[in-house]
Design a protein around this ligand. Structure first.
Ligand code: PMV
Length: 362
């Protein structure tokens, strides 16, 4: 077990600095999904994702010596310039979870400004990008205060570990192109505690993959991912699911290495439908797909059959369809989206995205 707790990371009160740190971190889209967890945010199966480019969060943390007249450190949080108490409360809880890892957090007051590149109401999960951005900022602060984490691999591993404690999928956003999180027999370096980089283990064709996101419905989903993970505890299909996920991971990793786009596409679509089948077989049962999600799935499958284009879909825990395909098909797929698919999107809204290089410090 990795132990990142460090009681020595306390600032000398005479030298506490005032300063700021800023990171941009992208969202990611899982091919094998993380659904169900145990212990302290540990996954019940391994997951693997593409790191995206255009869907990202920028987070600026400004810190200064804590105002000792207040009982605990103060945190102000602004999303796109607007104060948001709901997000602030989540950050307060997350900082409490990280108390033993970053004891210096208690010594500081914070003002945090965050901005998502996509509209907050677009129905795109922002936890992967926002929690990874936050984790990177905290690791940068530690590095600056104590001179630790100088090695980039150590830095990223810790950022992934810390991001995981706040949102499991966020652990994967730390790395360029692709990341794998969770112990699997398919990779001896894999871990339940942090994600590992996968860029060097995949065929070039996947490093330039596209992910266009068709927004079927904007707005908050009716059942949160947190509740969804919890419902897996009593899902009668859960044991079968975890075995199936492991089997698919072994096949997928081999297909990713070989550049077998067809097999990667097939496994990815099967995973998306399995995720939603697990929701439908939970107690209580729920459905996050919309009628237009199904229409779009059929259109994509027909287009693939008729044109022989390797265009595949996946879904997150919501109704929006992600379209995955190699770079060389970008013109024809975008024409297809504009002529046949946008009418099934809310307000004809869709987001063009692609596999990207991971977070940047700003
Ligand atoms: O990281 P969480 O707790 O928001 O869960 C994310 C779960 C899925 O997005 C549905 C799958 C995944 O692996 O990203």
């Amino acid at each position: 077990m990795t132990d990142y707790n460090n009681p020595k990371h306390i600032l000398d009160s005479s030298s506490i600095k005032e300063g700021s740190v800023k990171w941009r971190s992208p969202s990611n889209i899982a091919l094998i999904k993380y659904w169900g967890k145990h212990g302290n945010q540990l996954p019940n199966n391994a997951s693997i994702s593409f790191t995206l480019t255009n869907a990202y969060t920028e987070t600026l943390i400004s810190y200064k010596t804590r105002n000792t007249s207040t009982a605990s450190g103060q945190i102000n949080f602004f999303l796109d310039g607007k104060s948001r108490e709901d997000f602030r409360d989540k950050i307060v809880k997350n900082f409490q979870k990280l108390d033993a890892i970053f004891p210096f957090l208690k010594q500081l007051d914070f003002t945090i400004h965050s901005h998502n590149s996509f509209p907050h109401s677009a129905g795109i999960a922002s936890s992967a990008s926002s929690m990874s951005a936050l984790a990177l900022c905290l690791c940068s602060m530690e590095s600056y205060f104590f001179g630790t984490l100088q090695n980039i691999e150590d830095f990223r591993r810790k950022a992934s570990y810390v991001a995981r404690l706040m949102s499991g999928s966020a652990s994967r956003s730390i790395f360029s192109k692709m990341a794998l999180w969770g112990k699997t027999s398919a990779d001896q370096d894999s871990s339940n505690e942090y994600a590992i980089p996968y860029e060097d283990k995949i065929h070039d064709v996947f490093k330039h993959f596209h992910d266009d996101i068709l927004i079927v419905r904007k707005g908050e989903k009716s059942v949160s991912s947190r509740a969804g993970h919890q419902l897996m505890e009593d899902n009668i299909y859960a044991p079968v699911r975890y075995r199936d996920a492991e089997k698919k991971m072994v096949q997928l990793i081999s297909a990713l290495q070989k550049g077998d786009v067809t097999l990667v596409g097939k496994i990815t679509e099967s995973e998306a439908l399995t995720l939603h089948a697990l929701m439908m077989t939970s107690t209580p049962s729920y459905i996050l797909m919309e009628p237009n999600t199904l229409i779009l799935i059929q259109k994509v499958q027909n287009f693939r059959k008729e044109t022989k284009t390797p265009l595949y879909f996946t879904l997150d825990a919501g109704p929006n369809l992600h379209l995955l395909y190699p770079d060389q098909y970008k013109e024809s797929v975008k024409d297809f989206i504009k002529s046949e698919l946008v009418q099934y999107c809310e307000d004809a809204f869709w987001i063009e995205d692609e596999v990207g290089d991971g977070p940047v410090q700003l």
